[in-house]
Design a protein around this ligand. Structure first.
Ligand code: TXA
Ligand code: MG
Length: 321
């Protein structure tokens, strides 16, 4: 059987039987299984080598379905969902008992999202159960934004890869919940904080902690390629006349630096942060496949998607645990 394709019936059948299917979303590819089937859920953790304490997001196609899994649907969540679902937004809400502990890692809340990709939305409409889906990469590695990224690392583990082309947003969803009486962003992502604040007013951006994360996507060394990443060091690096330019890869917004073409990843020549986010993970993967000894990056403007890009690069450059 050809493992990559656009056969929705086959994908639905495999998922119904407890299989693993990689699904496209507007953010990154997910490694999906029936979110109410414990055996299928265990397969996700095994395939990714993901620790059981790192909870999963439930994906579905409508607010009506979401309300079967959450025990509260507050106004702020309703307002955000009305404006941004389907879209790169995950809501963290009190769970219903039907949600398996494997999904939430035993935590009191469940993460839910309606993704914005036509193929996956159609698939979700066909299914009577939600899809639990972490990003479709081995634990701790860069998320996949194309079907070939999934195939490169998890082909043996998945039953099928639903081919939805390149992801439109390119970085994971923004995770929003409630803490200490305030709407709180637990993970910066594909929906800018500025857009969230337009809907619900000022929000708190949670500072993730490395050792005992509230949201384990916040583990310090995450999104890491195999090569060392030095965040925000590009300018300093190239100001050193003794720098060995042949051995570094560079990630920049719009500038180019004196390295071989294959080592220079300019994410958006026009300085567009959405385009930069779309290209980020592909660039990291490509640099990882070259002979460079390390990757130096610029610090991106700390606004809109630049904030989420900086967060990814900062974590990629954190010491490995
Ligand atoms: O864009 C995305 O969100 C992608 C696509 C596939 O939807 N998914 C994704 O999943 O990035 P993953 O598993 O790589 O990251 C999910 C993160 C967890 O690491 C954790 O930080 C947070 O979501 N999370 C999920 N459920 C949670 C819960 N019950 N309590 C606290 N944090 C939770
Ligand atoms: Mg992930």
């Amino acid at each position: 059987m050809e493992k990559t394709g656009t056969d929705l019936k086959l994908a639905a059948q495999l998922l119904t039987e407890g299989g693993l299917v990689a699904i496209p979303t507007e953010t990154v590819y997910g490694l999906a299984a029936n979110g109410l089937n414990e055996e299928a859920l265990l397969r996700i953790f095994k395939a990714k080598r993901r620790p059981l304490f790192d909870p999963l997001i439930l994906h579905t196609d409508s607010v009506d379905k979401v309300r079967q899994w959450v025990s509260d649907w507050p106004t702020w969540a309703n307002d955000l969902a009305a404006k941004w679902w389907p879209g790169p937004l995950t809501l963290l809400l009190p769970r219903q008992q039907v949600v398996p502990d494997l999904v939430t890692s035993g935590l009191p809340q469940v993460a839910v999202r309606v993704p914005r990709h036509p193929l996956t939305l159609t698939l979700l409409e066909m299914l009577p159960f939600p899809l639990a889906a972490p990003s479709a990469n081995p634990f701790g590695y860069v998320s996949p934004t194309r079907p070939e990224h999934v195939a490169a690392q998890l082909l043996q583990e998945v039953d099928y890869i639903l081919d939805g082309g390149a992801c439109e947003v390119g970085i994971e969803s923004t995770i929003v919940g409630w803490e200490n009486g305030q709407v709180t962003v637990f993970r910066l992502g594909g929906l800018p904080v500025e857009e969230i604040e337009r809907v619900v007013g000022p929000v708190v951006v949670h500072k993730g902690s490395g050792s005992n994360p509230v949201a384990p996507g916040m583990l310090k060394s995450h999104y890491a390629p195999g090569k060392p990443v030095l965040f925000g060091t590009a300018a300093t690096y190239f100001s050193n006349p003794f720098a060995n330019n042949a051995q570094v890869g560079v990630i920049s917004l719009r500038k180019t630096y004196p390295v071989p073409d294959a080592h220079m990843k300019t994410l958006s020549p026009t300085g567009n942060l959405e385009e930069a986010a779309r290209n980020l993970f592909k660039a990291l993967r490509e640099l990882d496949a070259t002979q460079v000894k390390m990757i130096v990056t610029e610090e991106f403007p700390d606004t809109l998607l630049g904030r989420a890009i900086n967060e990814r690069l900062r974590r990629a450059s954190a010491p490995r645990e």
